[in-house]
Write a protein that binds this ligand. Structure first.
Ligand SMILES: [Ca+2]
Ligand SMILES: [Ca+2]
Length: 97
């Protein structure tokens, strides 16, 4: 079972501008030292219901069911860019008083 009902979250990484070239939606390049693909990903699978053959161009954290807290790295999966999901954004850290 997914922890506390969490299923997945968009992380703002995409390759819909150029297939295979993943960039952050902020247009920043991906830091090659900070990549956490799930094994076998990104695979740009075109599903049978993907009538536009759009493939998978948006990246989400999709932890497998029954995952343990220490396994939350390497959970990036490119998926079809549809559906409401949680999302994660980068922001400045709050300064403490
Ligand atoms: Ca893709
Ligand atoms: Ca995929």
């Amino acid at each position: 079972m997914h922890p506390q009902g969490f299923h997945s979250a968009w992380i703002g990484l995409q390759d819909f501008v150029k297939e295979g070239l993943h960039r952050w939606v902020s247009v920043q390049k991906m830091d090659r030292d900070l990549i956490y693909w799930m094994p076998g990903e990104p695979n740009n699978v075109i599903t049978s219901w993907d009538i536009d053959n759009a493939g998978q161009d948006c990246v989400a954290i999709v932890p497998p069911a029954d995952i343990e807290a220490e396994d939350w790295l390497n959970t990036w999966d490119d998926i079809v860019c549809v559906g409401e999901r949680n999302y994660i954004c980068e922001t400045m850290a709050l300064s403490l008083p």
